[in-house]
Design a protein around this ligand. Sequence first.
Ligand SMILES: NC(=O)C1=CN([C@@H]2O[C@H](COP(=O)(O)OP(=O)(O)OC[C@H]3O[C@@H](n4cnc5c(N)ncnc54)[C@H](O)[C@@H]3O)[C@@H](O)[C@H]2O)[C@@H](O)CC1
Ligand SMILES: [K+]
Length: 509
Amino acid sequence: MYIVTAKEMYDIDEYTINEIGLEGKLLMENAGRAVSEKVIKLIGETEPVCVFIGAGNNGGDGFVIARVLLDKGYFVQVVQVVPDEKITGDALFHKRVFIQCGGEVSYLTDRAAICKIVERVRFVIDAIIGIGVKGVLREPIQEIVHIINQSKACVISVDIPSGLPADEGVTEFTSVQADYTFVIAAAKESAFLVDTADYYGQWEIVPIGIPNLVLRKNSTKSQWIESNFRKTIPSRTVHAHKGSHGRGLIIGGCSEMPGSIAMSTKAALKTGAGLITAGTTEKVISMIAATCPEAMYMNLPEKDGYITSGPALTISNYHAIAIGIGLGRRKDTGDVVAELLNHAPCPLLIDADGIYHLKSHLSLLKQRSMPTIITPHPGEMAMLLGISISDLLSAPFHHTRKLAEAYGVFIILKGKHTIITSPKGRQAVEASGNPGLAKGGTGDVLTGIVLAMMMQEQELFDALCNACFIHGKSADIQVEEKHAYYDLMATDVIDGISNVYRTFPCKRE
Ligand SMILES: NC(=O)C1=CN([C@@H]2O[C@H](COP(=O)(O)OP(=O)(O)OC[C@H]3O[C@@H](n4cnc5c(N)ncnc54)[C@H](O)[C@@H]3O)[C@@H](O)[C@H]2O)[C@@H](O)CC1
Ligand SMILES: [K+]
């Protein structure tokens, strides 16, 4: 499930056509057929359909769809929204084939005529513009898009809702609001962004015969889905003992936030960590020890209820360390974060208040010889970058990659579409989870899950993706089986980890 920019998609098309030898006309035929199949499943047998067609290859896909539907006996009306001379190349080829097969094409831009057609059909297929859109839609297409959006018809977009940019970073646009989008060959970046994702409606990718190797060669991003989880999650061997699955240390907690470290610790153990030590203040230990009897505890020095650095903090004996949850923002607490950045001899995960302190110690990241992972939400990420949240969210792939590459850090940018980025710029989107997760404590649970995954035998990037998958799927299964978005609690997400392992057993189990 690759994710591409418009340029990457054009490179993929070009390589497939020129190097692999699959002609453009054939790809268009495949695209139109693949979308038609989905459309037929969606609309049933007798519904009249109107296909709106623009000047480029997206319109060419529209002519193929119109032909396939006509051939299957549907009443198909084709509205071409540009003059005849604009239809060229492969699109013109498929327009001629459509007409040869008995199809009729009307060139229409008149508002009244278009309103009349749209009122009469229950389904509109939007093949006006695809990934070739430049800037805000010009007239008369903009008005036609408004008419489509105001109609009661169910709108099915081909590849991308017309007018919507494929790439991140474009903030001004007018777009078709689709109910369904059948995306050609690979997902486009805009399907994962806060301001553009909803225009797609429900969407799915349809393959059109582009070889996988071409897709792989030309994209650096993909979606992390169930099959990735099943393939990469390591099995537990029968000879394993608690030391085989990682000794982890979680540092955090203060008098006001004792529960956070309890949840991270529990989540780490539930995810499969062998041994977890919670490093926190004496008071917090006394508050949480009974809730998590499986954990060990490290009593850390404190000042006014917050952890400070001191000799009690021993860090040499762990496979991975997490710091930040419920830590507080005092300067001397930040010194503990700096100490770990300087001396932690293992992978280090920094979250929550740890990320706040990291802002003053960013340069230390570059000199670490072991990996560092940060798990910011958009507010924390924007703070690290010194930009606004809206700027971050308009181009999250770009901004996270920039920070990851500049500081050699792995980043999990949390959100509806969580983006995982490696220091080399590899990126994955993990999209499980639901609005029930928008609640205090769920980030602490994720930290525990990530720490546990970091200590299992898998590539670190895969481990981070799998952690996000476990967290999101746990919430999804809980909501499917016994909770609602309202009452899902962070502790329910911990309990639900069992469901994830039972629902998606790893292949060797
Ligand atoms: N071989 C290929 O390249 C394939 C391409 N495919 C389809 O082709 C699409 C890309 O095709 P194209 O590159 O021809 O581009 P599009 O078909 O997306 O759109 C280009 C047309 O839109 C017009 N346009 C752009 N911005 C506009 C604006 N702001 N206002 C009004 N009109 C505007 C342009 O004048 C141009 O005529 C994909 O989205 C996909 O649907 C598929 O058929 C598969 C194969
Ligand atoms: K379209």
